[in-house]
Write a new protein. Sequence first.
Lengths: 442, 133
Amino acid sequence: MIEIISILIHFFIIMIFCYAPTSICLLLKNNNNPDILNRLEIGIVLNLFILLVLSFILRSGSNIIYYILIIIFFNNFLFLLMDMFKKYKNKNLRINYIFVFLILLFFIFAIDLANNLRIGWDAQNYWLAKKLVFTNGGDFFDLKNTPRDDYPYLGSFVWHIYSKFSLLGYEYFGRLFYLFLFLLSIFSIASIIKIKTFEKIILIFILVFLIYKVELFNGYQEILNFSLLILLTKIFYEILTEKLPIKKFNNKFIYLFILINSIIWIKSESTVLIMIFLLSIFLIKEINFKIKILMTLVFIFLILNKFYIFSFIDLSHEIQKGNYEYFQISNFFDFVNFSRVILITKYIFFYSLDNVVFLITMISLFIMKKYDKGNKFILPFSSMFILGLSFFILAFLLTSFPLKWVLWLAMDRIIFETSGMYIILVPLFYDFLKRKKIFNNI
Amino acid sequence: MTMSKNKQKNIFKTIIIITLFLITIKQTDFFKKTYFTLTRSYDYRLVNSYEFCGKESIGFLDYIKTNFNINYKLPIINYADSPNSSWYFDNLKKKNTNKIIFLNYNKNTNSSKDLEAYKIIYKHNDCYYLEKK
């Protein structure tokens, strides 16, 4: 019974850590009347950023960052109480059914996770090893002694923090944060279009049904990339639907960069995924050239910052160490040849069929491209899709490992994490169908 | 008339949401797993998520830890192509020891020299708890 109560309490612990006060919502998203999900969506990104910064100042044997986190927790809790009191005073305190729905789904899936404690292969070898560095009182200087020191560590650090800040201290409580982030990203992407609560719940159910499987939370980091890419496309959508053309740098860009910074600290390939995202949004004419240059410069700064910190703590800079070591210009055609391209294409095709969300988003994109020509999101998302495919092909084509083995092992995961960029097309497609009054005839 | 139509609509929506919830509960075996969470300890569920002796062999490690009162980290050599399970002992203190664990050690394929240097304390299939001779 204690464990079940602890799971429920853990939801509220994560929620309070990720609670953003009204002033922050107003500052970062111009939202002066945020609901609980808006607050959590902003708060979770800030929380990841704060945890990343705290991981830099964490030192072996020192507890200072944990005290800082306790202060943040009580500070946020105070804001939560104040906001609730204000609403109560204004007779505006009502049940948010979508939030209740979030708690229920979290609880159901948390129980599922509590009974599937097996940690995945790579997760045991790499991500858990990094988490244990922090659990055993180490700091980020000790990460150089872990396998695959070229991998970033934010996901492992978050895993450690949330298992430490749980009532029972079990390892999987850290992974419950991954579940929380996943659900929150699905809930927030379903709210980009104006629909009734009932429709929203159905849309969330469909998305969750299509994506959820307990293995996503076995310690692999793809679920974090997937969820954060969803939040990234959402903020991009919000920026673009607000006011066009975009000539000025507003505070939403700060939120966007905080988010990008967190993503590049999750996995090595995250940087490439962000590059694909940025290249695609640069195709939008309505974004001023100066803004594009500024975004590029900030992105370069974030990459250099990561590079500097990796050097400072003596971690390897190679992307996917060992994976591309035998590739040279002299043996170019050993790697880039027709049979390898065909093999990769086959795997992309069949693994895409396996990923229902990927399939639905592609069909949505295709239909909207044909029948919704005025939609300004089609071009960047088509570009993301093409660049994403090119990335899959190139990443596997140049690998030094046996191709079939790598494809079998990694293709489904890479397709899954990339699909986070396209999932926004599902609510957009639903909106398109509503605009075309398709449902009126049903 | 409109009131009753609205009421009917609301009932219909509620039924759909409840049905979807029931499907989710069924799909995840929610009640069975809630029962297991209530009646089985975390360690029991963790050990049972892995094979006893095979791949990570967490069951074997747990058996050794419990039955031989191990409160320090034991070196582990895993001969199978699977992750190193030393993380299972991670919350224990470091200590110099002449004991070692071989997991998935196959006499036919692995060098017998490895095993000859040790005295077998406990063995289960291809998993060995050993002490240096």
